[in-house]
Write a new protein. Structure first.
Length: 126
């Protein structure tokens, strides 16, 4: 971990005046799957079904939580170890809500999104 202090302005991205917090989660493919080395993961889905489910997840989030903005992106196809497979960004009025929302959206993606992962093992016998 690295820390510093500065008097220079910090980047705030595309925050609106109503946003007091932004949380960014980047899920990266690890090099191990079930204890075995992999080169990456091949993600597959039925795009129409997955896109409908993403819209449903967003609708549930909007109904359940305070006003917020953000984005979710999940890669498809082969994603090499060390590359991002999923990104969730949430912008909300308060930090506690932004963290809760980010985790909620990530859990919904993992549990409800019909995307299948196929690890590509380095040892072809695996």
């Amino acid at each position: 971990m690295k820390a510093s202090l500065t008097r220079e302005p910090l980047p705030s991205g595309d925050m609106k005046p109503s946003h007091g917090a932004a949380v960014l989660f980047r899920g990266v493919v690890r090099e191990l799957e079930s204890g075995a080395l992999i080169s990456g993961i091949d993600y597959t889905c039925y795009p129409e079904l997955a896109e409908r489910q993403l819209e449903e997840i967003i609708a549930q989030g909007r109904a359940r939580f305070e006003q917020h903005d953000g984005s979710m992106v999940h890669r498809l196809g082969f994603v090499a170890a060390g590359e991002a497979a999923v990104i969730v960004e949430v912008k909300a009025p308060h930090s506690a809500g932004a963290f809760e929302l980010c985790q909620w959206y990530l859990c919904r993606i993992k549990e409800d999104l019909p995307i299948w992962k196929h690890p590509i093992f380095l040892d072809s016998a695996s």
